[in-house]
Design a protein around this ligand. Structure first.
Ligand code: PLP
Length: 378
């Protein structure tokens, strides 16, 4: 089989797997316990914190470990509203549901909110943001890179605007980590949220990275872990896996990115050859090096994905959360595509370990599927 759905989740890196197995068998303690076993578990958790800090250029004390980016996003947005007089929350129309649905909930609860629209390529208009900041927006939530169309957003520019007007910036960096350079300090962000299963770490562990001096309250009660900011027994095996994944990332950094760029170009060329009439979606000039969002003329995305699955190619129609539902992706709809047109979107995402031959073979199978499905339609 050829797995081209890395943006849903990436295969676990060997370095992460080995570290997790070792922790599962060799670290029995609870990181909050004062005895020897507890202290060994504590060491693993603190190593994970330092590994995240190093990977994103932030101080270790700025990192709060959580159960994933969904949780991190919920916590940041809700915390902001709780501690802000007259909160006014902005998020882009292409955010992950763990942001956009919280914003909708907040709106229902009476909080002033606005959704930042995108153009047909999924790009953002900074003028729109400036106007909202002038109207008193207090929090701007924007992803570093989009999981469905791969667009990379100009975080440093957005940060400057947001801070000039005295507002706060939250960046969901989940899809950026391991794919493009992520420099927390350099980008001048207030809150950044992360998840580690998109780049070869374990599922069920994420982080919030905080600008120096910014505090965050827990959304759960009942424990003092993570200095009271994230109650619940620490996930030590996942923390160990995280250390392994970050070590691999640190070693490979630029080489991975270059490999991804080359693979993307190769795959795109092969797809264009095999599937004439291929339509590309998103902002191709500012895109993740591992993501391609495409549409095939007259072919419904779900029909394509079912056929591809039978042929041993795993891709996606967008976020894993919309997959399986008949609703088109909210991202593609936000770009202005009509319902049926939006349903044609197919996302291929791969990683540094995806062999070139797999991409070539996938393109061949895709070409054959498109030919067959097109013939059925006439
Ligand atoms: N944010 C983005 C951009 C994502 O792609 C995902 C992936 O599902 C999430 C948040 C949620 O992350 P998690 O699976 O850790 O909850």
């Amino acid at each position: 089989r050829i797995y081209l759905d890395w943006n849903a989740t990436a295969p676990v890196l060997p370095e992460a797997r080995e570290a997790m197995v070792e922790a599962l068998s060799g670290v029995p303690g609870n990181a909050s316990s004062v005895h020897h076993e507890g202290q060994i578990a504590r060491t693993v958790v603190e190593r994970a914190r330092r590994a995240v800090a190093k990977a994103v250029n932030a101080p270790a004390q700025a990192v709060v470990l959580t159960g994933g980016a969904t949780e991190s996003n919920n916590q940041v947005l809700r915390h902001h509203v709780r501690v802000t007089d007259e909160p006014f929350v902005i998020c882009t129309a292409v955010e992950h549901p763990s942001v956009i649905e919280v914003v909708r909930d907040l709106e229902q609860e009476g909080v002033r909110c606005a959704i930042w629209p995108v153009d047909a390529k999924g790009r953002l208009d900074l003028g729109w943001l400036e106007a909202k900041l002038d109207e008193g927006a207090t929090l701007v939530s924007v992803m570093w890179a989009n999981n469905e169309i791969g667009n990379v957003y100009p975080i440093a520019e957005i940060a400057e605007l947001v801070h000039d007007k005295g507002a706060t910036l939250h960046v969901d960096g989940t899809q950026a980590l391991g794919r493009i350079p992520v420099d927390f300090n350099g980008a001048d962000i207030d809150y950044m949220t992360l998840s580690f299963h998109k780049m070869g770490g374990p599922k069920g562990i994420g982080a919030i990275v905080l600008r120096e001096g910014i505090k965050i309250e827990a959304i759960l009660a009942g424990g003092h872990q993570e200095r009271g900011r994230r109650p619940g027994t620490e996930n030590v095996p996942a923390a160990a896996g995280l250390v392994g994944a970050m070590a691999a990332l640190g070693e490979q950094g630029d080489a991975w990115r270059e490999a991804l760029q080359r693979k993307r170009a190769l795959f795109l060329e092969a797809l264009t050859e095999q599937a004439p009439g291929l339509e590309l979606r998103g902002d191709l000039e500012h895109t993740l090096p591992n993501t391609l969002n495409v549409a095939f003329e007259g072919i419904d995305g779900e029909d394509f994905l079912l056929a591809a699955d039978l042929e041993g190619v795993s891709a996606s129609s967008g976020s894993a959360c919309t997959a399986g539902s008949l609703e088109p992706s909210h991202v593609v709809l936000a770009m202005g595509f009509e319902h049926d047109d939006a349903r044609r979107s197919v996302r291929f995402s791969f990683g540094p370990a995806t062999p070139d031959e797999d991409l070539m073979e996938a393109a061949r199978r895709v070409g054959a599927i498109v030919e067959r499905l097109s013939a059925l339609m006439v």
